[in-house]
Design a protein around this ligand. Sequence first.
Ligand SMILES: C[S@@+](CC[C@H](N)C(=O)[O-])C[C@H]1O[C@@H](n2cnc3c(N)ncnc32)[C@H](O)[C@@H]1O
Length: 301
Amino acid sequence: MGWRDVSEEEILQANIEKYNNEHILSYYRDFKEPRYAYAEYDVIFSAILQMLATRSEHKLRVVDMCGGAGKSAFIFKKLVPQAEVTLVDLSEKMLDIARQRIREENIGEIEIVQEDAFTFLKREREFDIIVFSSAIHHFKDPVNLLNSAAKRLSDHGVIITIAEPNGLTKTKRYKTLAFLFCCWADKMTIMKRTVDRGMGLLTGEAAAAADDFDIAEYQAYKGINDLQLEYDLQAAGLNTLLHMQYPAGGEPFMTKIMSLCKLHWAFCLILTKKLWDDQKQVADGLQNRIGEGLPFKFNCL
Ligand SMILES: C[S@@+](CC[C@H](N)C(=O)[O-])C[C@H]1O[C@@H](n2cnc3c(N)ncnc32)[C@H](O)[C@@H]1O
């Protein structure tokens, strides 16, 4: 089966299976900062909160879509304890990890909804911040997804997509440098796969795994063309407040090195329903605040 033949329904099914798998769940259960620091979350979310503070008088409503173990939901709740925060995910087991963290870390009240994203977005609800963190690559049609989210957004609200892989992850330059930077165990796995693949020793599931043929990771496999995505979103009527590319997910000093090597492999989009009157001023303010807070350099497009 080729990638173009996979339907949204099949990708959904693959995600249900993937996030029910103990091997995947244990990664999220054992995940403790700062093993891998995702410095961009606090910085970007804080900058957005500061920007929205003057725009709305009612209680802030945030939803972390495909939020899994709750990373973004928890950051928002910690930054604004009085905010109404909702966490949506299709995997009951990922949500169980979130529930446990809420208890252990005293995070406060968070509404938890076990549902597929498209089903949830059909509900008549409104949010000021809709976050997709490392999530849109799990969908065949991210434009449709983000457009459905826009229908749930308040007039002054924003949609955030964060920590998504762009097309750079598919380039030889990225693969070579990622190989040089990774630990010895990962180097050995990559070398073994390359040798096995070259000798034709891999068949069936093993061959698919070696090619990262994981339907659940549909867009990660292809590497999202974030410029095209932004263009398509604009054509669908959404407005980009900020589009940035940056290195993510490594030890802090690694992200600095990756940035120096121009390995801006992740992207973040901040979207609104329509162009704001003070768009330029707001976008410049956001960019400056994020630039001051991030420990590495990033591209703004
Ligand atoms: C890579 S994890 C990211 C989790 C979290 N957002 C984070 O940043 O740590 C992807 C999550 O998306 C969820 N997911 C995948 N497809 C989904 C869908 N169609 N509807 C709701 N959740 C989905 C999975 O269950 C999983 O928890």
